[in-house]
Design a protein around this ligand. Sequence first.
Ligand SMILES: [Fe+2]
Length: 309
Amino acid sequence: MSLIIVDQFSKTSPKLRSHFEKITKDDHSPDRFVWDFWNKPGRYVHLRTPAVRFFPEPLFKKIESELLAFGEEHLGCRSLSPLWLSCYINGCEQRWHADRPHGPWAFVLSLSPEDIQFSGGETMLLKPAVLNFWNSVSQLGNQSFEENDVVERVTPTFNRLTVFDPRIPHGVSPVQGTMNPLEGRLVLHGWFTQPRPHYKGTIATEKIETALAQFDEHLGDDLSQKMNEGIFSSSGTAAYRIVIAPTGKVSKVIALAHSLASAEPEGAYRDHRFLTTLVTDHFRAHSFPKAKTGSSLTLPLTIVGATED
Ligand SMILES: [Fe+2]
């Protein structure tokens, strides 16, 4: 499943939490009157506000830059959607939905209390097993079947960053147990966007662009052939980091996060292996110009149905 969990994500989180507590405990602060009751019957109910308006600018910029750095380093995404701050108290929830086409990866950074008193408030994701439901039923025989067999639940532990493919049906289980926002499920959330190649180093831009254009052509041809043969069935993103030595030779190709998904059992695994081999073989055979230092090229690939972007 395309799910990444990073605990203790940032040293900025305690400062964000402190600011929330300071504002919320001050009955007379005008800054506390920024919340909207986001009530969409049958879909969502919680309090939310644009994070950029809630937090002081230096604090907001700090967490934004940390999230941007994470997206670039691990997902090959260069940008973020506007960030939301949401608070869930008694009865608040998100029903099952998918986010298309907000961005290739969604994220939730929990700023909930360290000592959680409420129940619920988990991020819920439908497991890929549902795509293979009848096969799994025959394998399980008469074994019992519970909700957690098909639902992944991530608790909103303080400072936990949860990143997932927002095409997966997901939601937030109903929060019960408190009407006090200070005790509620507090999360900063949004989407990583703009999966685009990114080069860090001193090789001239046109040389990098040439290598990328050659790869695009190569990938397009190979992918069309595989799809026509019915042996590539995934869609999603797959990011790679190509490490270039000062000699101009590619010393390493690192597979970063991917969200390839296929209704075919093992299809995503097979297709990711195919893409990894293709990227590795292509760039290892490519000669970049010599440079004084090593450099790296981050390459996110977006596979949309039967075509590639
Ligand atoms: Fe969502």
